[in-house]
Structures are given as structure tokens and as C-alpha cells.
Design a protein around this ligand. Structure first.
Ligand code: AMP
Length: 212
């Protein structure tokens, strides 16, 4: 099973992908996490990506497509994958369809959140350097991750200027994918304004309906 979690930055894709991994055993493949790993390991790809990421721009398609398709090729045990943050442009979606052939992906779960709520969430978001989990500003007071005690920090691209740019980039380059996948009959819309547990429950119900 290959699922895609689609939604704007701050919609909660990463959080929900982690829950799906726990609940239904799919592997979580996040293009943002893969890029941050490349940066941390100072690879050539990481060095190229840094410039775009810190401004909130998209990393060029050819680099990201190669990275994610390479990672997907490593998933050979058949337990399925949830893609988080990829595809983000139409050329990426087309490349994914071409690489998969046949039926392509199984389902796109579109987590929809209004823009003012996204600005509120991203502006106050802190991440753990160790486990990468995001936390709201209220939980970041101690500077330590409530889950693993790692150090909390604000991502360069969660700073106000970059947040505004990321939301524009989403609107212009990623939101057309909603119609792309609707046209394929694969889009399921989830109300991302609900709390984390309610969003998870809707995602799981949607997946159950797919299985029956
Ligand atoms: P994320 O953690 O998904 O918010 O991604 C962080 C940043 O990584 C984005 O703002 C982009 O600069 C870059 N990035 C992640 N996924 C992609 C993608 N599919 N295409 C292009 N750039 C990406």
C-alpha cells in the first residue's frame, strides 16, 4: 500500500504519518526529514538543498525525485509506505506515477487546514533535534523535548519570513495537486482543524473503508 499525505506546511502531516506507522505498520518516508538528514550528514545533496530550505523555497524537482524514489526502492518488505511532503509539485507527482507504473499510488489523504491556523501553528513551532517531533510554543518553555529530553529549537524555515514564503509556495506549486489527484479519483479530504486524535480517527476510518 502506498499512501500520500497531502497538506500545507503545519497541517500535521508528520504527526499523522508517525501515528499511521504505529497503528498500521506502514513505513514513514518524509522528504523533509530525508533532506534534513542529508544536511546533517553534510552530503552533496544536503549542501545543495540548504539554500532553498532555509528560505522556505522548494528544492529542485530533479534532486528531490531522485532522493525519494531511491528511498522508496529500499522499501521491499511489503508493509507499505506513507509519503509525507512528497510529491509537492506536479512534475514530482508525474514522476512518482511513472516510477510506480500500473495503478500508481493507492490513496491521497488531504489534510485541509485554513491559512490563518497554519500561520498560528508554524509561527510558534519548535522541533526536537533528536526525535524531530514538533511542539507548540507553550510546550517549548523548558527548551527540552517532553518526549525524549532532546534540545528544542526553532527551524530556520519556521521563522516568520520563511513561513510566509512556504505558504505562498504551497498555494502556487503544491495545492494544484489536490485537483491532480481528485481527477484520478484518489483524493480523500480530512478536516485538519480537529485535534490530533480526531484527525487520526478520520484517517483510519478512511483507510478501513478503502480496505472493504
Ligand atoms: P517539510 O519538513 O516537509 O516542511 O520540508 C522542509 C523543506 O524541505 C521544504 O520547505 C522544502 O524546502 C524542502 N522539501 C521537502 N520536501 C520537498 C519536496 N517534495 N520538494 C521540494 N522541496 C522539498
Amino acid at each position: 500500500m502506498l499512501l500520500v499525505l497531502l497538506g500545507a506546511p503545519g497541517a500535521g502531516k508528520g504527526t499523522q504519518a508517525d501515528v499511521l506507522t504505529e497503528r498500521i505498520g506502514v513505513a514513514h518516508v518524509s522528504s523533509g526529514d530525508l533532506l534534513r538528514e542529508n544536511r546533517a550528514q553534510k552530503t552533496e545533496l544536503g549542501a545543495k538543498a540548504q539554500f532553498y530550505m532555509d528560505k522556505g523555497d522548494l528544492v529542485p524537482d530533479d534532486l528531490v525525485i531522485q532522493m525519494v524514489l531511491g528511498r522508496l526502492a529500499e522499501e521491499t518488505d511489503g508493509s507499505g509506505v506513507v509519503l509525507d511532503g512528497f510529491p509537492r509539485t506536479e512534475p514530482q507527482a508525474v514522476a512518482l506515477d511513472a516510477a510506480l507504473g500500473g495503478q500508481g499510488i493507492d490513496l491521497v489523504l488531504f489534510v485541509k487546514v485554513p491559512e490563518d491556523e497554519l500561520v498560528r501553528r508554524l509561527g510558534g513551532r519548535y522541533n526536537c533535534r533528536s526525535c524531530q517531533r514538533p511542539f507548540p510554543e507553550e510546550a517549548a518553555g523548558s527548551g527540552k523535548c517532553p518526549m525524549c529530553s532532546g534540545e528544542l529549537y526553532q527551524r530556520e524555515d519556521d521563522k516568520p519570513e520563511a513561513v510566509r514564503n512556504r505558504l505562498n509556495v504551497y498555494e502556487q506549486q503544491t495545492s494544484p495537486l489536490v485537483e491532480y489527484y481528485r481527477g484520478q479519483g484518489k483524493l480523500m479530504e480530512i478536516n485538519g482543524l480537529q485535534n490530533v486524535e480526531e484527525v487520526t480517527s478520520d484517517l483510519l476510518k478512511t483507510l478501513e473503508a478503502l480496505a472493504t
